[in-house]
Design a protein around this ligand. Structure first.
Ligand SMILES: [Zn+2]
Length: 205
């Protein structure tokens, strides 16, 4: 099975509890410490087998191999990846089974991570996620005061639009945001505008 490591927690001794997103589920596994075991890191894509037999409270992780991406050796790219991947575990927690959408979203992002600006990939991936979950808010009314929005729009968590004055936040031109919401592409956005969307995404999915 292939999956992305979304969370690593220390257990007793040097053992680990590893939360993995596969095509169909997000699940936690127990990994006993072994000096010869490969090192696992947040965000890694691994191939593995699960061993249920004799497992008291959690299946165990077996035959792990790491499927690398070239950017793993670029520190900034890896850190940005880990920040992005970290957002998925709280979002998908308590879901029993999943559609392959989330795994595929991460896989596609990982493939683009080497060549494109990670912040732009995060913004576009997040737009796809909101659209998939039917959570795109139309850019007509402010979420706080419910009056019409003007030319400048501020964003709350989940890219919910508001008046800059209503949330005391920085804003973007509404037209640009509209083309981003419609196309899912952030080609027309300046880096500073991307930063604003990215920081909103970083608060949680
Ligand atoms: Zn308002």
């Amino acid at each position: 099975m292939k999956g992305f490591i979304l969370r690593l927690q220390r257990a007793k001794n040097e053992d680990l509890i590893v939360t993995i997103l596969t095509e169909r589920a997000m699940k936690s596994y127990y990994r006993f410490y072994g000096a010869r075991h490969s090192i696992l890191q947040l965000g890694y894509l691994i191939d593995f087998e699960e061993e249920d037999e004799g497992a008291r409270f959690m299946p165990r992780l077996r035959r792990v191999s790491h499927l690398g991406f070239p950017w793993l050796y670029r520190r900034n790219r890896l850190m940005a990846w880990q920040q992005f991947v970290r957002l998925f575990e709280p979002h998908l927690r308590d879901t029993e089974s999943l559609e392959p959408f989330y795994f595929e979203l991460l896989l596609e992002a990982a493939r683009r991570w080497e060549r494109q600006n990670p912040k732009r990939i995060v913004c576009e991936s997040y737009h796809r996620l909101l659209k998939h979950e039917g959570r795109i808010h139309p850019l007509d009314r402010c979420y706080i005061c419910e009056k019409s929005l003007n030319e400048e729009v501020a964003l709350m968590q989940a890219l919910i639009p508001a008046h800059p004055g209503c949330i005391y936040g920085p804003s973007l031109p509404r037209q640009k945001l509209e083309s981003f919401f419609e196309s899912g592409k952030c080609t027309w956005l300046e880096d500073s505008e991307i930063d604003l969307i990215y920081s909103t995404v970083s608060k949680g999915l």
